[in-house]
Design a protein around this ligand. Sequence first.
Ligand code: FAD
Length: 390
Amino acid sequence: MRTQVGIIGGGPSGLLLSQLLHVRGIDTVVLERHTRDYVLGRIRAGVLEHGFAKLMREAQVGERMDREGQVHDGFAIAHDGVRERVDLKGLTGGNSVIVYGQTELTRDLYEGRDRLGGVVVHEAEDVAPHGLEGDRPYLSYRKDGKDERVDCDYVVGCDGFHGVSRKSIPKERIREHERVYPFGWLGVLTRTPPVSHELIYATHDRGFALCSLRSPMLSRYYIQVPLSDAVDQWSDEAFFSELKRRLPEDVGAAMVTGPSIEKSIAPLRSYVVEPMRYGRMFLAGDAAHIVPPTGARGLNSAASDVYYLYHALLDHYERGDDRDIDAYSAKALARVWKGQRFSWWMTTLLHRFPDASAFDRQLQKTDLAYLFSSRHALASLAENYVGLPF
Ligand SMILES: Cc1cc2nc3c(=O)[nH]c(=O)nc-3n(C[C@H](O)[C@H](O)[C@H](O)COP(=O)(O)OP(=O)(O)OC[C@H]3O[C@@H](n4cnc5c(N)ncnc54)[C@H](O)[C@@H]3O)c2cc1C
């Protein structure tokens, strides 16, 4: 098989890039290790920046998101028994975010790929990139017991943190930056009306909590837990009891609880690899960077990589201009690091660190007090949360 851009990974990054390029007449093949049902079954992100929403529309897959997604003009931070609102729209001069589950967004992207006749090969085993330092790269894989090959001009690694793309780059050609946090998020999904129509981030002496949602009848709640905890240690009753203890009383009292339909623990990690290019292969999304979910940057950072790469590839194919191909890694990383800074800051502000000294705790409290006493500080939070310009 021959294509222009060979993409490894059929998650949001790979599908969005493939769809955007296809709309502009550039041919792609996506190789995905799992089945479509498996990819669609993953419960992950839910808050989209306005820039991400624009990209979905440009890819001709934004219709359902615009119909069913919920525009959020603000969110709350709960601390010391009170709830304070961050007015995203007012503080940013009119920007907001859209709450729309990653599962729904991925479904829309798959439907878009089907509609245009895009090639997405599922259950592609042992995918490997080759010839990346030359000008004839190709991907090998096995499907239904047969060895296959895709020749292409460029390879894009959109295969997430555990994928093969980044691991194919010689260690001496990359630099890795990493911080692993000493806690995780225990998340529960329930078919119940959300306790609040806007997200509530809560900080408490017992730890962080988050009341999030996916739709008017689907709630997503999280609590900070030690890394040593296991999911089966937490019954639904124990989870909701702990969640309520970390929230202001009125929020806990108003909460409708129900049986969990998904429960998992996600460890928190910050990670960046530099550069995001090796020869004719580019990395995008979780393949190149991970953030802790506080601040909802993960999926949104993936979208900004896709934006830069899409425009760089358009310039290459439509005008023969390679300047943005050569600038991709630097441009993408400049924004990735801003997302890293913001996620680290929100994580540090709102979580309990087991090794925090009295000095650290006092700084944390002062940071929060300063935030709600300064419109400039709140505006900085809001500008980062709705998404910095690409
Ligand atoms: C548990 C969890 C919760 C999260 N919650 C949030 C949140 O609340 N907010 C937020 O903003 N972000 C969140 N994220 C992050 C967000 O989901 C990711 O940033 C986003 O999925 C990145 O998209 P991606 O396409 O780059 O990578 P992925 O979604 O990881 O997709 C990569 C794809 O590549 C495929 N693949 C992997 N290896 C291979 C291979 N060798 N060959 C072929 N295919 C391969 C995988 O099957 C997968 O389909 C969460 C992530 C996790 C894991």
